[in-house]
Design a protein around this ligand. Structure first.
Ligand code: PLP
Length: 392
């Protein structure tokens, strides 16, 4: 199988797997048990992993909170800030985001808005996933969300952001690099606007970790979300970066009330093996990123050249001068993406957008003004293991 769906998930790096295995075998201690060597070793492993994740973004280790992945981090931060600001600090109830965020940002915001009550789906007799519609009920949770429209590359306009800010705005959340078309948002500038207006700033950085330099001492974001399985780490683990100034984290309500794990933000026994794997993946990214990103950047034009010859009239989407290396979103004329992907599926793995658990046409493509051709959208994403021979 030629794997070209690395925005969806990446293969695990063998070094990562080797680092994880002892924590699935002999080193099975619970880090919260503390007093005997098995527990001490596990706690040490978790803290070392925290240092490695922190090192990749130049944060302090204690600014890294381990979660179950980026969907969880996004929900934690958005709902946690909303709850804290409105109900604890009484500071406001307005949040600004964009229409092309990952579903875990969009749905968390719609939940706060009262626009979704129940996000479950059921598997009906014809084996199609169908959303449960009859549970819909508008609920007033007391929050107001502005979903900003984006430009033709899927980027947020800074003036639009400024104009959307109100006196009761508490948080802005914009994706750093788009998972479907790869465009980068001007995070530095958007974050400065938020800071000038005394609004907290979150960015979903899931697709950019290990692909571009992130330095939280230079970009004053309050919160970031990450996931290990997008940078050759295991699935089911991620992190929230929560800025800590002086002695306190930027306040937000805990995600899981329970034990004091993760500074009290997320109670529950640590998945030590996964956390160790995430730490290792970040250590490798810090060590090798320049090398493998260079390789991906030089491979991309070669891939596009072949695609151009093979599919005349092909259109590459997103900001080609300012994008995540290796993410190639395109419109291929005269195809139907589902059929195209299935036809290739014995040989090559590509996708028609994000892997969010339900097959729907890509809303990102609609939002950048390509609705009429959204069934011709194909996403191909390269990794450090990709080569020109992987191409179809
Ligand atoms: N945010 C973005 C931009 C993503 O691409 C993804 C994964 O597809 C997620 C969040 C969700 O990550 P996870 O699978 O760790 O929940």
């Amino acid at each position: 199988m030629n794997y070209l769906d690395n925005s969806s998930t990446t293969p695990i790096d063998p070094e990562v797997l080797d680092a994880m295995l002892p924590y699935l075998k002999e080193e099975y201690g619970n880090p919260s048990s503390r007093y005997y060597s098995l527990a001490v070793n596990a706690e040490k492993a978790v803290e070392e992993a925290r240092e490695k994740v922190a090192a990749l973004i130049n944060s302090k280790p204690e600014e890294i909170i381990f979660t179950g992945g980026a969907s969880e981090s996004n929900n934690f931060i958005i709902k946690g800030v909303a709850d804290y600001k409105k109900y604890y600090e009484n500071k406001g109830n307005h949040i600004i985001t964009s229409t092309v965020e990952h579903k875990s940002v969009l749905q968390a915001c719609k939940y706060l808005n009262g626009d979704i009550f129940d996000n479950r789906i059921r598997n009906n007799a014809v084996s199609k996933f169908v959303k449960i519609k009859n549970t819909f009920k508008k609920v007033d949770r007391g929050f107001n969300i502005t979903f900003l429209k984006v430009n033709e590359f899927g980027q947020v306009n800074q003036e639009d952001f400024k104009n959307a800010i109100k006196t009761n705005s508490i948080l802005a959340s914009f994706i750093w690099g788009n998972n479907e078309i790869g465009s980068l948002n001007p995070i530095n500038n958007l974050c400065s606007i938020a800071k000038e207006n005394n609004i907290l700033f979150h960015s979903d950085a899931t697709q950019v970790l290990g692909k571009i330099d992130i330095d939280v001492r230079k970009v004053p974001v309050d919160f970031l979300s990450f996931s290990a399985h997008k940078l050759y780490g295991p699935k089911g683990v991620g992190a929230a970066f929560i800025r800590k100034n002086n002695y306190a984290h930027t306040p937000l309500t805990s995600l899981i009330h329970g034990g004091q794990q993760e500074y009290g933000y997320r109670g529950g026994t640590h998945a030590v093996h996964n956390i160790v794997g995430f730490g290792k993946a970040c250590e490798i990214a810090k060590r090798d990123m320049n090398k493998y990103i260079k390789k991906i950047i030089s491979l991309e034009p070669e891939v596009k050249k072949i695609l151009n010859i093979k599919y005349p009239g092909i259109e590459f989407l997103g900001d080609q001068d300012n994008k995540i290396p290796g993410v190639i979103g395109m419109i291929i004329p005269n195809i139907i993406n589902e059929i195209f992907i299935k036809d290739l599926s014995n040989k090559v793995a590509i996708s028609a957008g994000s892997a969010c658990g339900i097959s729907e046409p890509s809303y990102v493509i609609d939002e950048i003004g390509k609705k009429s051709v959204s069934s011709q959208f194909i996403r191909l994403t390269l990794s450090k293991y990709s080569s020109i021979n992987d191409l179809f």
